[in-house]
Design a protein around this ligand. Structure first.
Ligand code: ADP
Length: 554
């Protein structure tokens, strides 16, 4: 409950920037609710003055007033609906955008640990649930509560004696309805359990159909099936009985209440304490109160679902973000950088042995070092540690002898370019993919980067040149072309340290040649670490380091 209040508080804070529109929504809801008792209130003069006394003025005035009430109510209802949904939509769009931003900032360890589907469904499903709760629920709660209060006020004002009967009966009816719905929920859960068991048995039997045939297990399985089938039928009938009983039961209770109210009303009328018009007005208002009550009781489920979803969203908001947000663009690239790995040890959670065990080496400014080792020796883990996707359990990684733990992550990433086996491009133009991360790069700079990356020739041969849209994930380009765009991207970024993670391993011989030329250009004057599982390097290198089983070997 306390958690619920906190979640409510946070949701309300999200909506705070739109308080003016929210206020307008609430005022117009109040106006709509205030119009509600007007209709029954007009019934009294309609009957007493127009129909019984045949007052000529009332004959004209009352129909006009009825129209006026509906026009006013229509306008306020329209404003209430549009403005409240506006606030809800803006709030949900803000939350959605925040979730997206936070997802991208989550540490890589969280991305690896969470199922991809969960991250997606948080944006699509959870946010939608919150949306439904905040858009319909708050309108229903405020408007219908006000409506009920207005109508109740009118009922008590018209006849407190009749209202007394109503106030005694209402809790009885709501008790019965509540009991029935609890029973129903439980039966529905049972029904789901038995349906699940039936499906399970069918699945199991179909998978094992050969065994059943060979071993003659037909009768056995059939018996189990019929057993569950029978239980399912019983549960279904139970739900049907409760469901069918609920409506007449409530109706009978309502009829008894109405009967008592009418009885009191007619007694009062006989003693001239109530006019026929007032009597009709009373019954009308009483009938009008049921709808908002029903809506109000139904909205709870939506709110509960929304709160649960909001909690799951806030859960990731509260996780420590990727060493504070901030983008590499806000930092300067160093003109020269050395890279030092000092006694770095890293174990994956739950792993038996460390992926990297006391690894130390240096790469001097401008030097090209190949890091060679068989698959599983820890090469990718090392790259992840240097890039700050993972944090070492022990040891230090330094750039220019400064330990990176003392730097903001964004500053570290400004010094690094990464070209991996898989290049991820976006569904945008070639030029925008090259200036990805550097949107203010000029067309000239983009062109120059493409030239250096040996990509100019093929880009110019594309139908729209640099403006060609490359499709989702860049799927209109070949692997080698994608790789060269990634290299051009690194030229634009112009970081002093280059991490190459087997960038040519997925390419055929011909496209490899072009990519290698681009890479040679890129690594000139940069501090470069080239990862490879094959000892002979295709690129020019100064030194080779061997990694086996997470340890350096000579
Ligand atoms: P390489 O890049 O040289 O093939 P990795 O750095 O990918 O080697 O892997 C080093 C070791 O760490 C391997 O034993 C691998 O099984 C393990 N490993 C890699 N990634 C994970 C992970 N996300 N969770 C647990 N263990 C991992």
């Amino acid at each position: 409950m306390k958690g619920d209040m906190r979640t409510y508080g946070r949701l309300i804070r999200e909506a705070l920037p739109y308080w003016k529109i929210a206020l307008l929504a609430m005022l117009s809801m109040a106006a709509t609710a205030a119009m509600e008792p007007m209709l029954p209130a007009l019934m009294a003069p309609l009957i007493d003055e127009s129909l019984i006394d045949k007052d000529p003025n009332a004959l004209i005035q009352i129909p006009l007033l009825i129209v006026a009430v509906f026009v006013f109510k229509g306008i306020s209802e329209y404003v209430a609906s549009v403005s409240s949904q506006y606030v809800a939509n803006r709030t949900v769009a803000d939350i959605r955008s925040e979730v997206f931003a936070v997802q991208l900032d989550l540490p890589m360890t969280d991305h690896d640990a969470e199922e991809g589907g969960r991250l997606l469904s948080r944006i699509t499903y959870d946010v939608a649930q919150v949306g439904e709760a905040v858009s319909t629920a708050w309108m229903v709660i405020i408007k219908d509560t006000l409506m009920i209060l207005g109508l109740l006020g009118f009922l008590i004002y018209t006849s407190w004696q009749m209202s007394l009967a109503l106030l005694v009966a209402a809790p009885v009816v709501s008790f019965v309805v509540k009991k029935a719905s609890v029973k129903m929920r439980r039966s529905n859960q049972d029904l789901q359990t038995w349906t699940g068991r039936l499906t399970g048995l069918i699945e199991e039997s179909l998978l094992a159909v050969k065994d059943i045939k060979i071993f003659g297990g037909h009768d056995n399985q059939q018996e189990r099936f019929d057993d569950i089938n029978k239980r399912l039928r019983h549960e279904q009938m139970r739900v049907i009985k409760i469901q069918s009983l609920n409506v007449p039961l409530v109706q009978i209770l309502a009829a008894i209440t109405i009967g008592i109210v009418i009885l009191i009303g007619t007694q009062m009328s006989a003693r001239d304490l109530l006019s026929p018009g007032e009597f009709v007005a009373y019954i009308t208002a009483m009938g009008m109160i049921f709808d908002p009550v029903r809506r109000l009781t139904g909205v709870n489920a939506t709110i509960q679902r929304g709160l649960a979803a909001a909690e799951s969203i806030y859960e990731i908001f509260d996780q420590t973000l990727d060493n504070q947000r901030g983008h590499s663009r806000s930092h300067e690239a160093l003109p020269k950088a050395s890279l030092a790995i000092r006694d770095v040890t890293y174990s994956y959670p739950n792993a038996e042995s460390p992926a990297l065990d006391s690894v130390s080496f240096d790469v001097r400014p401008g030097e090209s070092v190949a890091l060679v080792g068989p698959s599983g020796s820890g090469k990718s883990s090392l790259i992840a540690l240097i890039a700050g996707f993972l944090d070492p359990n022990d040891g230090q990684i330094c750039i220019n002898d400064e330990p990176l733990t003392q730097w903001p992550l964004a500053k570290r990433r400004r010094q690094l370019s990464l070209v991996g086996q898989q290049v991820n491009l976006f569904d945008a133009s070639v030029a925008d993919n090259i200036r990805f991360g550097w949107p203010d790069a000029t067309d000239e700079e983009v062109r120059e980067a493409a030239r250096q990356a040996h990509a100019l020739e093929f880009i110019e041969a594309l139908p729209d040149g640099f403006n060609t849209q490359i499709g989702p994930f860049g799927n209109r380009l070949s692997g080698g072309q994608r790789q060269r765009i990634a290299i051009a991207r690194a030229f634009i970024k112009d970081a002093p340290i280059l991490l190459l993670d087997e960038p040519t391993s997925a390419l055929d011989h011909k496209s490899r040649e072009e990519v290698l030329k681009g890479l040679e250009n890129l690594k000139a004057n940069r501090t470069t670490l080239i990862i490879s599982h094959q000892p002979e390097s295709l690129l020019s290198i100064d030194r080779t380091i061997h990694l086996i089983g997470g340890k350096l070997s000579n």
